[in-house]
Design a protein around this ligand. Sequence first.
Ligand SMILES: *Cc1c(COP(=O)(O)O)cnc(C)c1O
Length: 302
Amino acid sequence: MYQQKLIASPLQTITFEGHSFYLKRDDLLHPDFSGNKARKFYYFLTHDFPTVKKIVSYGSAQSNAMFSLSELAKMRGWEYEYYVDHIAEYLKENPHGNYQAALANGMILREQSAGSREQFGDDVLFIEEGGRQKESEYGIKILAEEIIAWQQEQGIEKLNIFLPSGTGTTALYLQKNCSLLTAHCSLKTKVFTTPCVGDREYLRKQFLELEADEQFHPTIFTLEKKHHFGKLYKDNYKIWLKLQQQTGVEFDLLYDPLGWRVLLEHIGLFESPVLYIHQGGVLGNKSMLPRYQRKFPSVSEE
Ligand SMILES: *Cc1c(COP(=O)(O)O)cnc(C)c1O
């Protein structure tokens, strides 16, 4: 069996806007294979796939999953083919961030539809967009074990966990496994999240596709106003800068700003400690940050 173990990610305390939080640093899991994509793809790193020669996946040309899969392919000695509907001209001419790093790892990019997994043979490991699949539970269960062991050690009876969602896969499997791990003890561990990609209904549907039993579903909080994924919001940029100034930690610019805005807006509802999960993705900031700086040139001085 292929052996490549990640060590547990560190945990620290931070103070933000006068509130104290625990912060689980999954962004520091490994220099090149980190964040929730590393948790989701851990199954494919540690299991035997005797027939597999190539990973095939699809999604956006900037995604964190695209890059993490290129690292996985490199570590396993597999080829890697990635399908995108469209690549912006600017990105093609000026490769940067996840796109550049994945190409440097040998990713073969195809600007066409990937089709479905049925059309590939058993030499191909087909991975759904963003790792939205059952195998993701394997690595997220290990994250749950790390958190519960720490919670026990600290003697925290009731712990609230907050993390922003895309597909909702991480939040769902985290709540499920925290509930299972604490089923026979007095500890309570509750997962809260917010949808960054679709709305509340979309996220609920995602949860249901992965887990029919709603007692394992995370609690969903949202802002009143509609939020569009990938759009540049001044409030997102502002809170990201504030986070950096007050905590010294670089968060991701796509998910974390909305995550923190939603968390702060609901902070009065939490009576016990809150643990925020840093899910990585900072390599993607290399493309998002210049866009923010161009759009809101005066914000950093405010
Ligand atoms: C992919 C990603 C998410 C969303 O994870 P899901 O499991 O799809 O909900 C959140 N934050 C970062 C930094 C990510 O890369």
